[in-house]
Design a protein around this ligand. Structure first.
Ligand code: NDP
Length: 239
């Protein structure tokens, strides 16, 4: 059987890097995208090639429709893409009265335009192949809401709506579309979060690891998850 190829947006660090490593260890070829940290993405790709598979790096801003389309077209000229993990994301927290238009758009556009720009060119080839996995990294904030994160929660809730709708469109084509909603995960993204305060509300009293999220993503990406679509899988330590 030929190897499947997974594109992971925002794979230069954090959860995306853990997903890329885990899928590569599971025997997939991987495409890592990044926007700024090219050297980090290149180093991970090099590490993954040493496992025997292929690994590509593509550097583009997922908010930029033209740049995204050009990068993905170039990749599609080289390889099929069977799985997409929409992981690129940012936070720009502020209480709503102080939330700037720039912070609103940076967060919403990265998540929602990013989902559209990266996923849309990959769907028709999946439909023709009658197989695909689309995995969207949302957040528990998109399910419950969170103070100081009106932009982030709106973006992540929007991504859940897109997940459920696209799942309905693609189910008959054997393409699953699911969202993962992590709680507090130990990456650079939470570097300035009041962790001790948040942990008071986490029943497991600890942050999660990127690897724990990656293992869930790897399951959803696998054949084993073939009858699950349109779902939001929380991974929050019970939060
Ligand atoms: P990190 O900040 O560690 O990594 C973010 C990644 O996204 C980087 O690879 C970065 O690329 C990439 N990225 C950011 N903006 C863009 C852009 N405009 N275009 C392309 N790539 C971009 O974040 P995490 O690993 O913590 O988060 C990964 C996902 O998980 C995000 O969607 C986040 O919202 C979600 N999440 C995280 C939680 C957490 O507690 N950590 C909790 C819930 C959800 P580069 O390195 O090149 O800048």
């Amino acid at each position: 059987m030929s190897r499947k190829v997974a594109l992971i947006s925002g794979a230069s660090r954090g959860i995306g890097a853990a997903v890329a490593r885990t899928l590569a260890k599971d025997g997939l070829d991987v495409i890592l995208t990044c926007v700024q940290q090219r050297a980090a993405a290149d180093a991970i790709a090099e590490e993954l090639r040493a496992l025997g598979g292929k690994a590509w790096v593509a550097q583009f801003d997922v908010r930029d429709a033209e740049a995204s389309r050009a990068a993905i077209e170039q990749l599609l000229a080289e390889t099929e893409i069977h799985i997409v993990v929409n992981n690129a994301g940012v936070v720009a927290d502020a209480p709503f009265p102080g939330l700037t238009s720039e912070a609103w758009h940076r967060v919403v556009d990265t998540t929602l335009d990013g989902f559209f720009n990266v996923t849309q060119p990959l769907v028709m080839p999946m439909v023709r192949r009658k197989w695909g996995r689309i995995i969207n990294i949302s957040s528990i904030a998109g399910v419950t809401g969170n103070r100081g994160q009106v932009n982030y929660a709106a973006a992540k809730a929007g991504l859940i709506g897109a997940t459920k709708s696209l799942a309905l469109e693609l189910a008959s084509r054997n393409i699953t579309v699911n969202a993962v909603a992590p709680g507090l995960i130990d990456t650079e993204m939470i570097a300035s979060a009041p962790i001790e305060e948040i942990l008071k509300h986490v029943p497991m009293r600890r942050v999660g690891t990127a690897q724990e999220v990656a293992d869930l993503v790897a399951f959803i990406a696998s054949e084993k998850a073939s009858y699950m679509t349109g779902q939001v899988l929380s991974i929050t330590g019970g939060l």
